[in-house]
Design a protein around this ligand. Structure first.
Ligand SMILES: [Fe+2]
Ligand SMILES: [Fe+2]
Length: 374
């Protein structure tokens, strides 16, 4: 048990009334739900609070996996320290029974209970004697999982304790629902972006994986520059969407088997401002703010020779500089209608020629590290 839990145990097992302790526990769980955004950390914090509040030895939070019809331990105190998780069929043991019946139970002695999963206990090396087990239910009544608290250190689990654990399970259900909703929204956004970029890439078989490649190189550069996960994710989305403006480029220009004339090149260049227009119509969340201006700036160059705005040096932010290097690198190394893809040596030779007047030298160096190119 961590230091905070230890302190909580001292507070909560002290000479307060049961009502006071229960209220304090519910408040702490509410505060955790309101302040911790990482679901995994939140669930661990709640279960720490539960163990402390019940003066118990340990607690487990099982989450139901409908596909495999299993309950797996999202939090399993005392077991996960050893790198284990518990996975049981969803009708197995006391947890499985509570999951299906939706009936909370207070077990005074597990060894007297036929439902007790002895095999799980011998696998984990821990045999609990007394347990409180309650279902975690979605507001529609669907089972989301099970909470169980094991081995009270002082006295016995009673009906009042069971009621408190049920109240906590309601809060856990709300937090889980929110987390699952957020994850579903993330998946929806992700699949939309991916489908959008794939539809664009499919217009020309020779550039079929360009958006994915640019996303991967941009993420690699950001990683090598020491950027955090949120910034790396930003580059992934920007890489996938940077050329969406090509959706309006005529096919005879996009797939021309040969060099473009000046007029055709002028038409091709319009895709950058089209990307800005299209992306500005998407309501990105705070995390992806600035996507339209920056993703559309992947053809800007440090000396002002780029397009669509002819921005210079400090006017081009690091995100756009990363995209520019990733974009040029993929264009050089992939086959084009008018030439074969270049080797890494040739491609990095050209990138080096363009640094520092056109492309960011630090981003090129980061890409070399990412590609393990010396
Ligand atoms: Fe482009
Ligand atoms: Fe591109």
């Amino acid at each position: 048990m961590g230091q905070i839990s230890q302190k909580l145990t001292e507070q909560l097992c002290g000479p307060q009334s049961a009502d006071q302790r229960h209220l304090e526990t519910l408040l702490q769980v509410s505060r955790a739900i309101g302040s911790i955004h990482d679901t995994d950390l939140l669930m661990h914090t709640i279960m720490d609070q539960v163990t402390a509040a019940f003066c118990a030895d340990r607690s487990t939070m099982f989450i139901h996996q409908p596909d495999s019809r299993e309950l797996y331990s999202n939090v399993a105190q005392g077991v996960e320290e050893y790198g284990h998780e518990i996975r049981i069929p969803d009708r197995h043991g006391i947890a499985g029974d509570v999951f299906h019946s939706h009936e909370p139970v207070c077990v005074a002695d597990t060894l007297e209970d036929n439902r007790f999963a002895r095999a799980v206990a011998s696998n984990t090396g821990y045999v609990p004697r007394s347990m409180l087990v309650v279902p975690v239910l979605h507001r529609t009544g669907r089972g989301l999982g099970v909470l169980q608290v094991m081995d009270k250190r002082v006295g016995y689990f009673d009906e009042l304790a069971l009621e408190l654990l049920e109240a906590i399970a309601v809060q856990v259900a709300i937090a889980l629902e929110n987390a699952q909703l957020y994850e579903a929204q993330q998946r929806q956004f992700d699949s939309f972006v991916f489908a959008f970029s794939a539809a664009l890439d499919a217009r020309d078989p020779l550039t079929a994986v360009h958006s994915i490649n640019v996303a991967n190189y941009a993420m690699g550069i950001a990683f090598e520059l020491g950027q955090g996960p949120a910034e790396i994710e930003w580059q992934r989305i920007a890489g996938l969407l940077h050329d969406v403006g090509k959706i309006g480029t005529p096919e005879m220009v996009l797939s021309k088997p040969g060099r473009l004339s000046d007029g055709e090149f002028a038409v091709m260049k319009e895709h950058a401002s089209h990307s800005a227009t299209i992306l500005s119509r998407i309501e990105f969340t705070e995390q992806f703010k600035g996507m339209a201006e920056t993703a559309a700036a992947h053809h800007e160059r440090l000396d002002g020779s780029g397009y669509p705005l002819g921005l210079k040096a400090d006017q081009i932010n690091l995100r756009a500089r990363i995209l520019a290097v990733a974009d040029v690198f993929d264009a050089l190394t992939q086959d084009r209608h008018y030439r074969a893809g270049m080797s890494l040596e040739q491609a990095f030779g050209i990138l080096d020629e363009q640094a520092p007047h056109a492309l960011d030298a630090n981003c090129i160096a980061a890409l070399k590290r990412f590609m393990a190119f010396n």
